[in-house]
Design a protein. Structure first.
Length: 413
């Protein structure tokens, strides 16, 4: 179960109602016309769960993911959140960035005879991913025309150059729908196939996303519209949106949110104005000792969403030990760390409220597959609503493409 506090103490007026109605109409049209496909992934991706049942993975103990951005962040987010609560999962290694030290260290961990390799790229020509593929083939001495071909799975757009590669070597291939962008693709084959094969409950994740999406379109999650219009109206004065997650295993989720939010909303609107909302991902309680100072006494240009977990499902108490010189901390003795981290979250939120900084909170009763699915759907829909209000193309990324073009030109010289 997810609980949502009142969004930034927002109270709508008649003009806000019109803005919300217009944005709602936009996303309804996107969904009903099927021009934007992520809304239907919770149902459509169930077919992938059926298809992978035919794969022979009895000897597989390790998954190697070659992908970057939308082709890896969502996988890492879900795996990080569910790993502490899922038994007997397979090891997942990620080859993402072009850092030669990280690549070398990761390659050393690969056990070829126990590994299943995933090459994930929507366009099929992502330079980081294709370079990783060549490197893995060389390092592991993979024979693409032999038995090793069964160890490679390609996830890409139908008809991409990577799809052509997969068909040439008769590799197993899953396709990303044309109407689903990379950063919205975590509930497509991109995330569902590798995570399910790793042993995670992707049926539950899809079900959670389906429930939230249906409830939204049935007008049962109207709080998300209120939050969207608040963010839109205050985009200039509160241009920085901070997601403060109070759990270490939510850190990768905040990174996924940063890409989703930044790449979707930092755009030129229909009037030619540069608009956007800058995402910042923080982890509590660690970042109370760093970035919090800037939030409280720095420029008043931020709002903060907290995420906390009521029950970590782990019993760990602070020992009843009194240490000479630091007896003043003995008040916490005997309390659980679960209690401590949530008290820290509450206190931090109250300190911001006292400084008139806009805050709201998302509370998970516990980490579960369904809750994760709901959380993913919540942020994807929120992104689409704010994009509609800002009047930008939420689903393109011309700024990213410009950087790619320059890279290619420079390397081809």
């Amino acid at each position: 179960m997810l609980k949502f506090s009142e969004s930034f103490n927002f109270h709508s007026n008649s003009n806000d109602e019109l803005i919300m109605k217009k944005a709602m109409t936009t996303v309804q049209n996107e969904m009903q016309s099927n021009t934007i496909g992520y809304y239907k992934l919770p149902l459509d991706s169930c077919t992938h769960l059926e298809n992978i049942k035919n794969l022979d993975t009895n000897d597989i103990k390790q998954l190697v993911i070659m992908g970057i951005g939308g082709s890896s962040l969502g996988i890492k987010a879900i795996a990080s959140m569910l790993s502490p609560y899922t038994k007997n999962t397979k090891e997942i290694l990620f080859l993402e960035n072009s850092d030669p030290i990280t690549i070398t260290d990761t390659l050393k961990k690969i056990k070829k005879d126990e590994a299943l390799f995933f090459i994930i790229s929507k366009s099929g020509s992502t330079i980081e991913t294709t370079s990783m593929l060549k490197t893995v083939i060389g390092y592991c001495k993979l024979e693409l025309e032999g038995q090793d071909s069964k160890r490679l799975i390609v996830i890409t757009d139908k008809g991409s150059v990577l799809s052509t590669f997969a068909q040439h070597y008769k590799l197993k291939e899953f396709n990303i729908p044309d109407n689903v962008g990379g950063r919205f693709s975590v509930l497509s084959a991109v995330g569902v196939v590798p995570l399910a094969l790793a042993g995670f409950d992707m049926t539950g994740v899809l079900k959670g996303a389906e429930i939230f999406t249906k409830n939204f379109f049935d007008a049962k999650e109207n709080h998300i519209l209120q939050k969207a219009v608040y963010l839109y109206k205050n985009a200039k004065n509160e241009s920085i949106n901070v997601l403060f997650s109070y759990a270490d295993n939510l850190e990768n989720f905040t990174k996924w949110y940063v890409q989703l939010w930044g790449e979707s909303l930092g755009k030129i609107d229909i009037n030619g104005n540069k608009v956007g909302l800058t995402p910042i991902g923080l982890t509590g309680a660690v970042d109370q000792h760093s970035f919090l100072q800037l939030i409280i006494e720095g420029p008043e240009n931020k709002n903060v969403t907290f995420i906390n977990i009521e029950d970590f499902q782990v019993d760990l108490d602070i020992p009843n030990i009194s240490l000479y010189g630091i007896e003043k901390t003995d008040f916490i003795n005997g309390q659980s760390f679960n209690t401590l981290i949530n008290a820290q979250c509450d206190a931090t939120m109250q300190s911001l409220i006292d400084e008139n900084i806009s805050t709201d909170m998302i509370t998970l009763d516990k980490i579960s597959a369904k809750n994760i699915g709901k959380l993913i759907a919540y942020y994807e829909i929120l992104t689409s609503l704010v994009g509609a209000m800002l009047e930008v193309d939420t689903y393109n990324q011309p700024g990213v493409e410009l950087g790619k073009q320059i890279l290619y030109r420079n390397l081809e010289k």
